[in-house]
Ligand binder design. Structure first.
Ligand SMILES: [Zn+2]
Length: 254
């Protein structure tokens, strides 16, 4: 499995689109190609040179900075659009926990994670020993998305039951480069060794996508540490869902 990141709106939204291809057959998908002027040249180069055979567009949720490029991309690549029900031009909404394949060796599992939007889907990719999860605006490195269409309970389920149950060595590919901002907030909540490690990591890496794992996130992502007494103390709450709600309020106000 080969993963190619395409940064979009750098310095503004700091979004990422991703091209993921099967090494043997070259079959590939593009995830959240939201800004066609930045994505199409990459797709053109890779398809024209035979590096990839694009087979579908995948969206993590309907927001414009994720699914807003579909109509333009479809003019150049008339392909199926796999995504949540509210994504522009969606042709296929996979059921929770259903799987599909890319080429010979990549197996993808769709994970419904409603909260940031009700149509949020994370995609768990597996190719032999390699594992990656594309989390859109549900899980960020050291943080999580805003609860625009959902509740603390839904985000807890998304992060701590669904994503938290993936193998620890699964690499995390979020929809935005928000790590530095998330660190700023995390160090207000805790200064333990895990947060210090996250801080150092963010200082040393301009781009952080694919460089942390679900195992790392369980250690340093404060939204995945709701039972941790340090986090509970910082929020003034002890019940996990109240801790989740309070963390999000504190982060929104930070
Ligand atoms: Zn969003």
């Amino acid at each position: 499995m080969h993963i190619h990141s395409i940064p979009m709106w750098t310095g503004k939204g700091n979004n990422y689109a991703y091209v993921v291809s099967d090494s043997k057959t070259k079959e590939a998908v593009v995830i959240d190609p939201a800004n066609p002027p930045e994505v199409l040249p990459v797709l053109k180069e890779q398809t024209d040179s035979g590096k990839i055979k694009l087979t579908s567009i995948i969206n993590t949720h309907h927001h414009h900075d994720h699914a807003g490029g579909n109509s333009e991309i479809l003019k150049h690549y008339p392909l199926p659009v796999i995504g949540g029900k509210d994504c522009a031009h969606v042709t296929n909404t996979p059921a929770h926990n259903s799987t599909f394949t890319i080429g010979d060796s990549i197996k993808v599992r769709a994970l419904h994670t409603p909260c940031h939007t009700q149509d949020s889907i994370c995609y768990f990719f597996e190719d032999g020993d390699e594992r990656a999860v594309f989390t859109g605006d549900t899980l960020f490195i050291g943080g999580c998305g805003r609860f625009f269409e959902g509740t603390p309970e839904e985000m807890d389920k998304a992060l701590n039951q669904i994503l938290g149950s993936l193998p620890d060595d699964t690499k995390v590919y979020p929809g935005h480069e928000y790590t530095k901002g998330n660190v700023k907030f995390a160090i207000q909540v805790s200064q333990d060794d895990a947060i210090k490690r996250l801080h150092k990591f963010a200082e040393e890496n301009k781009e952080t996508q694919g460089k942390t794992t679900i195992g790392d996130e369980k250690e340093f992502n404060v939204f995945m540490r709701l039972n941790d007494p340090t986090i509970q103390k910082a929020t003034g709450a002890s019940e996990p869902l109240q801790v989740m709600a309070k963390l999000r309020e504190m982060k929104n106000a930070a």
